[in-house]
Design a protein around this ligand. Structure first.
Ligand SMILES: NC(=O)c1ccc[n+]([C@@H]2O[C@H](COP(=O)([O-])OP(=O)(O)OC[C@H]3O[C@@H](n4cnc5c(N)ncnc54)[C@H](O)[C@@H]3O)[C@@H](O)[C@H]2O)c1
Ligand SMILES: [Zn+2]
Length: 337
């Protein structure tokens, strides 16, 4: 979809809902590149803009307070509309501010990274980090309108960020579409993405979220790759070599697909296809004895795991996942070599 579609849908929405005040929340990088993206919005709405520092550190309770205070000092009322324009940091933070300012104002996301397009901006999870806990505080609060994505933003995105988004995109293929997986596998140029690929991910996530908005059951399948992925992300951060979330998830997809095969769920031939695709495009960290201990430590300390059991979503086929396998840490050790 193009910029004009986004603007038209926003204009229609603002007119229908009688919205007069819009505050754009963005970061400096995005503002620098796309500062006039919304300049063609109808003059019926007053548009203000708040530009934040880029980076994960911005996703904090201090920045949320800064945005609350900005809105309050400018006397923005409950009918003000927040337009989150940026990557997952901005959409998570902005969604959180929208869900809490005056007990909730309306908002929408215009995601500018691949990760935000297919994941962070979809599904209603909002939040900020605490110093000791990523996403430690948050809400589930849905945007007023789900806008079409504009893939042209990806032209300026750093290749590392593209591959981070691809990690999540491959997750969707593995849990939800055998067809997308094989199509990605056969592409000459990787990553050459189409609107259909991105739309598949968004539609798939929305379908799951509609069934389980508060993350009590089936939504857990979206965690595929994330048990190992989060542990690898934490381990790399601790060793002073942090990696992008989706790059850790890609490694998580590798190890959780392997686990699915070792536990007898995923056929060996399918595992081999997955391993071939992942190792071709992503660096997969070998798990030595020392690293195994560290990863187990992170997995056991994850808030989702209890009683020395670790929760996994596993695959039984490419394109089909089953959530909530509880695997004892002691048993996992034997599958991790
Ligand atoms: N709510 C959810 O369901 C959910 C899901 C996945 C991830 N997340 C969160 O998303 C965050 C990560 O999101 P992200 O990867 O988009 O990071 P990000 O928002 O930090 O963006 C990455 C970098 O790209 C820059 N950028 C953004 N768009 C650009 C563009 N079009 N061209 C050039 N540069 C651009 C940003 O300024 C930033 O420096 C994490 O905090 C994560 O926890 C949330
Ligand atoms: Zn993720």
């Amino acid at each position: 979809m193009a910029k004009s579609d986004t603007i038209r849908q926003l204009d229609d929405h603002f007119r229908r809902e009688n919205i007069r005040n819009v505050v754009i929340l963005t970061d400096k990088n995005v503002d620098h590149l796309y500062g006039d993206y919304f300049s063609e919005l109808s003059e019926q709405v007053a548009v203000d803009k708040l530009v934040l520092r880029p980076g994960e550190k911005t996703k904090s309770i201090q920045t949320a307070a800064q945005v609350w205070n900005y809105l309050a000092e400018k006397q923005y009322d409950k009918d003000t509309f927040l337009l989150n324009f940026g990557g997952g940091v901005i959409t998570d933070l902005g969604g959180f501010v929208a869900s809490t300012y005056k007990r909730g104002i309306r908002f929408a996301n215009v995601p500018t990274t691949l990760l935000a397009m297919i994941d962070a901006a979809v599904g209603g999870k909002t939040g900020v980090n605490l110093p000791s806990m990523k996403n430690g505080v948050g809400t589930i609060y849905f945007p007023d309108i789900q806008l079409p994505v504009d893939l042209s933003f990806l032209n300026t995105l750093h290749i590392n960020e593209i591959f981070s988004g691809l990690g999540e995109l491959l997750k969707y293929a593995l849990i939800g579409s055998n067809e997308l997986f094989h199509s990605l596998r056969k592409r000459r140029r990787f990553p050459s993405l189409t609107t259909e690929d991105v739309d598949f991910c968004i539609d798939f996530k929305m379908k799951i979220v509609r069934k389980d908005p508060y993350d009590k059951g089936i939504r857990h399948i979206l965690n595929f790759g994330h048990t190992f992925g989060h542990a690898i992300e934490s381990y790399c951060a601790k060793t002073g070599k942090p990696i992008a979330h989706g790059l850790a998830v890609a490694q998580g997809l590798y190890y959780e697909s392997l686990l699915s095969t070792r536990l007898g769920h995923l056929p060996q031939e399918e595992w081999q296809l997955i391993a071939a695709l992942l190792t071709k495009h992503f660096q997969i960290m070998p798990i030595t004895d020392d690293i195994r201990e560290e990863l187990l430590y992170y997995m056991l300390n994850d808030k989702k795991n209890h009683n020395n059991m670790i929760n996994f979503t596993l695959l039984n086929h490419i394109g089909h996942a089953i959530p909530d396998f509880q695997i004892p840490a002691s048993e996992l050790q034997t599958y991790m070599s």
